[in-house]
Design a protein around this ligand. Structure first.
Ligand code: FCB
Length: 452
């Protein structure tokens, strides 16, 4: 069993988590700049003002990737850096940063994968209601159009929205990510519908403006993994659990955000619970929301175990036992999520599939030999990749894998307390130290995963 010869090996980052330069060259505040300034929101009271200072150190970061044979880089654009007023006048100095970055990537033989939106909404648009405002799809289309026109000559791979589930589930429902709202269910559904429309509009704009464009979409949600793979009832139960969209809110479900985009319908169980809250004209909107995609992507870190409880399709989640391996931030280590997630997603959506994020945070530090030894991370990635390869061997069309993240960075509400990088960042000096896992990943890429 092997990965395809043209398998896409990459690393991923996001603008707010690495760039810093929060008010430089005409950038306006994003909702994350404002959220960090509120007391008690960020675990270590930090912010993204400097982060990894990637805005000034991108050349070093790109060179590190090139030296380690990383040929694909997924990054996002800061909307308020490009359009400080959210719409309207383009900030030339901000756009110039991405020109420099893209050119540098291409000079190093690295294919740029541009995420249009990875959470840093211009604060001025949030003040107008953000995703609740019906104009959002227009704003989003305008912003995407600017990226297409400015960068589409060199960037051919675009990802519309990263993790709608977190944008709205964490930001508009649980209230633990920017902008920290706790909306009632009707408003949640409206915001989600506007987000889906924004995705669809962005796809159209990109197809229209970028020659030979390839478009992906990167939702998330912990895959459901059958407790006993050999038991067909558990497999069926896991499939059902994975795509369920009923319950208290569909904001964390896969299908509520993927079925409309890929299949042109809202999932039936979700409609039964929440259809009443959809805005007028939603059926018509589905035509706009469902646009051809070149890739279906998912960020997958962990899975939940599911067991059938009877022959009638009922199931339960089986908790991991005490002492089950966990990453530094407490997420369970569940390699089979990278088998069952991609497999179920392939079966339902039938689109070439890419893991747009996977990785783990470890308790990394620089040891007296000047190195960072992270055997846990190597073991984690090895085990997960083997499962991904198994899914490909069983017929799922798996095209690529992006490790999250290239660098240690600002981990949202957890600030700088979590280290997900292949490269260690000393935030006081901004010194980069490649971890053991970076050399190991370079080797995996060189061997196209044959040595796992
Ligand atoms: C994902 C986010 C990414 C990063 C990882 C650890 O949910 O997309 O920005 O924070 O988790």
């Amino acid at each position: 069993m092997s990965f395809r010869n043209d398998f896409i090996w990459g690393t991923a980052t996001a603008s707010f988590q690495i760039e810093g330069a929060w008010d430089e060259d005409g950038k306006s505040p994003s909702i994350w700049d404002e959220y960090c300034a509120l007391p008690g929101k960020i675990l270590d009271r930090s912010d993204g003002k400097t982060a990894c200072d990637h805005y000034h150190r991108y050349e070093e970061d790109v060179a590190l990737m090139a030296q380690h044979g990383i040929r694909n880089y997924r990054f996002s654009v800061s909307w308020p850096r490009i359009l400080p007023e959210g719409t309207g006048k383009v900030n030339e100095a901000g756009a110039a940063f991405y020109d420099r970055l893209i050119n540098c990537l291409l000079e190093h033989g690295i294919r740029p994968w541009m995420t249009v939106f990875h959470w840093d909404l211009p604060a001025c648009l949030e003040k107008k209601g953000g995703w609740l405002n019906d104009q959002m799809p227009d704003w989003f289309a305008e912003y995407t159009g600017v990226l297409a026109e400015r960068f589409g000559d060199r960037v051919k791979d675009f990802i519309t929205i990263n993790e709608p589930q977190c944008v709205l589930g964490m930001g508009y429902m649980a209230g633990i990510f920017a902008p920290g709202l706790k909306l009632e269910v009707k408003d949640q559904i409206t915001a989600a519908h506007n987000l889906l429309k924004s995705h669809g509009r962005a796809c159209r704009v990109l197809r229209e403006k970028v020659k030979d464009v390839r478009i992906g979409y990167a939702p998330c949600a912990a895959p459901a993994v059958p407790l006993d793979e050999a038991n067909p009832a558990d497999v069926e139960a896991a499939r059902k659990a994975y795509f369920a969209a009923g319950g208290d809110s569909p904001l964390f479900s896969v299908s509520w955000f993927s079925d409309p985009a890929v299949l042109g319908t809202y999932p039936e169980d979700g409609l039964a619970c929440f259809g009443q809250y959809l805005p007028e004209g939603w059926k018509e909107d589905l035509k706009e929301i469902c646009q051809p995609l070149d890739f279906y992507m998912q960020n997958i870190y962990e899975g939940k175990q599911i067991r059938a409880t009877d022959g009638a399709g009922n199931y339960e989640t089986v908790p991991y036992p005490a002492g089950h391996p966990r990453t530094a931030c407490g997420w369970p280590v569940t390699p089979r999520a990278l088998y069952w997630g991609p497999r179920f997603l392939w079966e339902r959506y039938r689109l070439p599939f890419i893991i747009s994020e996977n990785g783990m945070s470890c308790h990394d530090w620089v040891t007296p030999d000047g190195k960072v030894h992270d055997p846990n991370r190597i073991d984690y990635v090895r085990q997960y990749l083997k499962e991904l390869r198994r899914a490909a061997g069983d017929g799922a069309d798996i095209r690529g894998y992006f490790y999250w993240s290239l660098l240690d960075n600002f981990e949202w509400a957890r600030g700088y307390t979590e280290r997900f990088g292949l490269v260690y960042v000393d935030y006081a000096t901004q010194k980069r130290t490649p971890k053991d896992s970076l050399a190991w990943y370079a080797d995996v890429i060189r061997n196209n995963g044959e040595n796992l």
